[in-house]
Design a protein around this ligand. Structure first.
Ligand SMILES: [Zn+2]
Length: 233
């Protein structure tokens, strides 16, 4: 009898573990690793890890960095990652306090520089510091007018803060962020930094335990992922 109860108990706990797994972020288990602020000197170590792990990522590039690290941009495209746009100045005042077309103009300049180097036209942008509260309706209209899309994220690692002092927190935050989601897909915010590179391999292993599919952004399968829930973007 005791043994039978134990067996039932065990069965229930297995079931609830399965349910937990499913509830973690719904049935859609697509995970997008997104890296901001590159390219820079840490690009090669990030790309090396992604290559070893056979994981594709999405990179939000800053225009002057594209000019400074053209080899890294060419490499990321060759290796199947997606190049996206992250402005020219990365400056709050320049982007958000002047003409409402400033963001769209900076993204277009970044798009042009990327195209001249690689022949790839990217329409996906990410607003520096995230779109809320800066990207009010006027600014978003500018992006729509320029035929751009805009992604934020739904799982934040806060790696910019922890990368130097407590890189372990980056893994912890990614898992916490995923736990908090009721449904996928998951878009994880990371940055091209040394600390992030130092934990990336283990971060991928940890997330992989959830039975996910890592994906790079695909313009053919665009979905809305912005803090304003603006379906146009
Ligand atoms: Zn940024």
């Amino acid at each position: 009898m005791i043994r039978r109860r134990a067996a039932i108990k065990q069965k229930n706990s297995v079931m609830s573990a399965d349910n937990r797994m499913e509830n973690r972020f719904g049935k859609n288990k697509d995970v997008y690793l997104t890296f901001d602020d590159g390219p820079n000197g840490e690009m090669d170590s990030i790309l090396d890890i992604l290559k070893t792990k056979k994981v594709k990522g999405t990179f939000f590039l800053v225009e002057p960095n594209i000019k400074e690290y053209p080899e890294a941009v060419l490499r990321l495209i060759e290796e199947g990652h997606y190049p996206a746009l992250h402005s020219v100045t990365h400056d709050k005042k320049m982007l958000y306090e002047g003409n409402p077309l400033n963001v769209a103009e900076e993204m277009r300049q970044t798009q042009k520089t990327l195209y001249e180097l690689t022949g790839v036209t990217s329409h996906l942008t990410r607003a520096p510091f995230g779109s809320h509260p800066y990207m009010n309706e006027d600014l978003r209209n500018g992006l729509v007018q320029y035929n751009m899309k805009m992604w934020d994220w739904n799982a934040d690692t806060v790696d910019w803060k922890h990368q130097e002092t407590e890189p372990e927190k980056i893994i912890e935050n990614a898992v916490k962020g995923m736990d908090a989601l009721e449904e996928g897909p998951v878009v994880i915010l990371l940055h091209v930094t040394k600390g992030t590179a130092s934990v990336l391999s283990r971060l991928i292993d940890r997330i992989n335990r959830e039975g996910v599919s890592f994906r790079a952004y695909d313009p053919e399968q665009h979905f809305t992922m912005n803090f304003w829930h603006d379906k146009r973007l």
